[in-house]
Design a protein around this ligand. Structure first.
Ligand SMILES: C[S@@+](CC[C@H](N)C(=O)[O-])C[C@H]1O[C@@H](n2cnc3c(N)ncnc32)[C@H](O)[C@@H]1O
Ligand code: SF4
Length: 446
């Protein structure tokens, strides 16, 4: 979650081959504009009184993994021992305690909690109990609507999943990616398919209200036949939520390093058209089983019952207190990100200093653009909340862009709502830059 970057890439260039770079837009304005000098703005915000009407969530980054997947671009460490983990957990709890003392945060209820990574499930039951207890003592989350937790299937067993459920996790997310052992091996995943089937069954037995599975369309070695098999197995497993990413190859991945060594410009994965077709086929099969597609990446079995509170709160402008190495958050109009490496991160916290290393105050106009582009990823959005909240009618403001997209058949208007076609939704990240302020188009994203 921490390292997904805003994009400046037109992914459909050059016949749609997959080139290196990020296409996934997760925030706005782009990260390259966040600066150390603005961290003072965050500190000033933290001394202000708590807002009455703005929901608050907590993001906790766990940067440990068993192996580094060849396609991964997150801040992760492999080979850390239990002392390293203890030191890290203490830093996270201390950072959280220091933030929660600030008047802007103090006493506010948490609407959601999200454990992301890396691999939160890399921690043992005892370590998880220690971390959860430490964090909960600082700000209780009994009334939180969602506690989400990311897992790598090979780190799980039945007992551990029961313990995770007892700790209060409501949304379990399994990074399955693919059901084929050869594909998993080729991409350096730590788990194999048998562990996936076990994990799904144990999760069902442990009674999580919601289990999500992550798949990636276009891993190295993916074939048409194999992708169809992935869809069939997903349908059989029938989780409450399925998230399907299209493989991207950011610059900090092992795959990109390999491409550089070999002097290649095209990544050894399917092209964008094929990846989009694979996601389309998967979504159509899931829809035939009664699922509803609720964003560019997700299909949900029962959208009335199954919510994704973290995503929806974030995309509508909630505050998010983010703790841990490289985590990024947003508080009262200020974006911020913590130190990117574990040593400066833990040294800052243990030295009683803030580990935040870059920040950006976001204007109302930028906040509106941010919420608009993020909500475009839902495939259906209303102009009314924007008029109410920002006093701006997005249909008027972006009249020309929207008319252009309508003429290309990407979207249609339904009263106060805008609806993207399935094709447009599956390449939505490439359509968002048009809404950015001119100075933010084509800027470096990292
Ligand atoms: C932090 S991981 C989930 C938990 C755990 N680390 C795991 O991988 O099982 C978040 C998800 O991002 C997706 N992801 C990672 N690298 C990706 C890439 N290069 N392109 C597309 N999706 C990617 C994967 O689906 C992965 O499950
Ligand atoms: S397990 Fe997840 S976070 Fe860890 S390296 Fe693989 S994709 Fe990245």
């Amino acid at each position: 979650m921490t390292d997904k970057k805003s994009t400046s890439l037109n992914v459909v260039e050059d016949g749609g081959k997959t080139k290196a770079g990020n296409y996934f837009v997760s925030n706005y304005p782009p990260f390259s504009l966040w600066e150390t000098r603005h961290t003072a703005d965050l500190q000033a915000k933290l001394d202000e009184p708590a807002p009455q009407d703005r929901p608050l969530g907590l993001y906790v980054h766990i940067p440990f993994c068993r192996k580094r997947c060849h396609f991964c671009y997150f801040r992760v460490y492999t080979g850390k021992n239990k002392d390293d983990i203890r030191e890290y957990m203490d830093a996270v709890i201390d950072e959280h305690a220091a933030m929660a003392e600030k008047s802007y945060i103090k006493g506010r209820p948490l609407k959601f909690v999200y454990f992301g990574g890396g691999t939160p499930s890399f921690l043992s039951e005892q370590q998880l109990a220690y971390l959860f207890d430490g964090l909960r003592r600082v700000l209780p989350w009994d009334s939180a609507e969602e506690v989400a937790f990311e897992c790598e299937p090979g780190t799980l067993n039945a007992k551990k999943l029961i313990a995770i459920r007892k700790l209060g996790v409501t949304r379990l997310s399994l990074g399955i990616e693919n059901f084929d052992d050869q594909v998993l091996e080729l991409n350096n995943r730590a788990h194999r398919s048998k562990q996936v089937y076990n994990a799904v069954q144990w999760a069902k037995d442990a009674g999580f209200p919601q289990t999500n599975i992550d798949l990636i369309a276009g891993m190295m070695g993916e074939t048409e036949e194999n992708w169809r098999r992935n869809i069939d197995i997903t349908r059989e497993l029938s989780p409450e939520c399925v998230t399907i990413y299209q493989m991207e190859i950011p610059f900090n991945t092992t795959i990109y390093k390999q491409m550089q060594e070999e002097g290649k410009l095209t990544a050894p994965v399917a092209d964008w058209e094929t990846k989009r077709r694979w996601v389309t086929e998967a979504f159509e099969a899931l829809e035939a089983d009664g699922y509803t597609v609720t964003s560019a990446y997700t299909a949900v079995k029962d959208p009335d019952k199954i919510q994704f509170v973290y995503r929806d709160a974030l995309w509508t402008g909630a505050d998010m207190l983010a703790v841990g190495v490289s985590s990024f958050g947003h508080l009262g109009g200020i974006h911020y990100q913590n130190q990117h490496d574990i040593v400066p991160y833990t040294s800052a916290v243990t030295g009683g200093e803030s580990p935040v290393y870059r920040a950006l105050p976001v204007s109302d106009e930028e906040m509106m653009i941010r919420q608009w582009v993020l909500q475009m990823k839902l495939g259906r959005l209303s102009r009314l909340p924007f008029i109410e909240k920002f006093g701006v009618d997005p249909f008027e403001r972006w009249k020309d862009i929207l008319a252009g997209y309508e003429a290309k058949g990407y979207l249609r208007f339904e009263g106060d709502e805008l609806v993207l076609t399935r094709d447009a939704l599956l390449e939505v990240d490439g359509l968002l830059q048009a809404f950015f302020l001119p100075q933010h188009r084509d800027v470096r994203y990292a």
